[in-house]
Ligand binder design. Sequence first.
Ligand code: ATP
Ligand code: MG
Ligand code: MG
Ligand code: MG
Length: 473
Amino acid sequence: EKLGLNEIREKYLSFFESKGHLRLPSFSLVPENDPSLLLINAGMAPLKPYFTGRQVPPKKRVTTCQKCIRTPDIERVGKTARHGTFFEMLGNFSFGDYFKNDATKWAWEFVTKVLNMPVDKLWVTIYEDDDEAFDIWTKNVGVSPDRIVRMGKEDNFWEIGTGPCGPCSEIYFDRGPEHGCGSPDCKVGCECDRYVEFWNLVFTQFEKQEDGTYKKLDHPNIDTGMGLERIACIMQGVLSLFDVDTIKSIRDKVCEMAGVEYGKDPQTDVSVRVVTDHIRSTVFLISDGVNVSNEGRGYVLRRLLRRAARHGKLLGINGTFLYKLADTVIDASEKAYPVLEENREMIKSKIKNEEERFAQTIDAGFSILNSFLDDKLLDNMEKNTIFSGNDAFKLYDTYGFPIDLTREILAERGIEIDEEGFNREMEAQRQRARANAKMTEVGWEDTIADALSNVAPTDFVGYDSLESEAKII
Ligand code: ATP
Ligand code: MG
Ligand code: MG
Ligand code: MG
């Protein structure tokens, strides 16, 4: 019998309870008292005060299953088998208590004894200079040295600016060559879906100083993160996150609404997966109190909803549908997150509102985009085609197209936006708004990009639009 996602979550949390950890419920997706972060993107994020010593943890060992949002992954969603903008991260944490040896041993015990993963499918990465980790893996845990790969700072060293940081060690599962890119260079760390990273063990043993040097911490910490959907995908032996038991029910509903069959056409499948993922993130965001707006978290929510609406259109779904799909998400997750049930009507009505708002202008907006694309075809301008900043602003301002959505639609055809022109229009609008309004102070724009880009340095797509002042479309 295959393990369900809910069973895996329970197995993990109870395993670490048996190792003396206190189980805490998931924190909200909205960070508390943390101006450096837009949305919770890892299990450790809401626990930061315990790591820095600003607050005393309820226990030195804690385990959680944390809801996470990673918008930097948005363009990979539906295209890779392993990324969602929403996912749950399992984690075990030590605040100055156990360290590398126990963290490593327990991870291996869980993977090979509780989940019974075959050892010959597993690979381990360590930070290139971390000989201590190499010794622990080979001597204390018994992993074969030829299954351990040393990686550089970019992959296996975790740090955000100054403060606690350290090397990490990750566990990968080889799903076999049929899932690979086929390149002769394909190996652990390849961007394709053959070797799937599923667990990151962070050994927080240093404190990075202002002068860039690393000071050894007297009481090092442990922070680990394992993607629940990823491990479920591996355990269930399915193709992607979207075939995992709890997520598949949502995917099937999308197909039913669109009247399409999954697995027939790759393009269609991407849209089905995008809608499936985005409806999950939006349901959880709204349940945690985020409201649609043109800035900050509200903009993330708007972008996700409108992106989902667009892919719904690509699938041929007529009219508003996302709010109905929300029911399926809530049904699939309310056992683990009962608050979803309490918020069901609120969530649906907020989604419906935003869908209806976008529905009023989406067709007009698309016809502007399409006529541009048609003209381009007529003129046979294959290269160097630039979409004017003025038009991009009009789409944003009048037709409610988040700039990231416009940018993405055009990029699919190899067209770029005149970003400078767009920014000029935005700035002009900002000036007008400033002249008009008593603004609310936001005050975290500067730090968002920094904090998020640390999590995914290469694929962070930028939050320029976050800087726009509150403006309701
Ligand atoms: P990847 O390299 O695959 O993008 P990552 O190195 O960015 O993952 P970490 O920051 O190490 O991920 O997060 C810990 C774990 O969380 C990962 O090992 C993975 O299991 C899971 N995870 C990370 N990003 C996602 C995502 N977008 N969707 C689902 N699971 C994810
Ligand atoms: Mg990685
Ligand atoms: Mg990682
Ligand atoms: Mg990543």
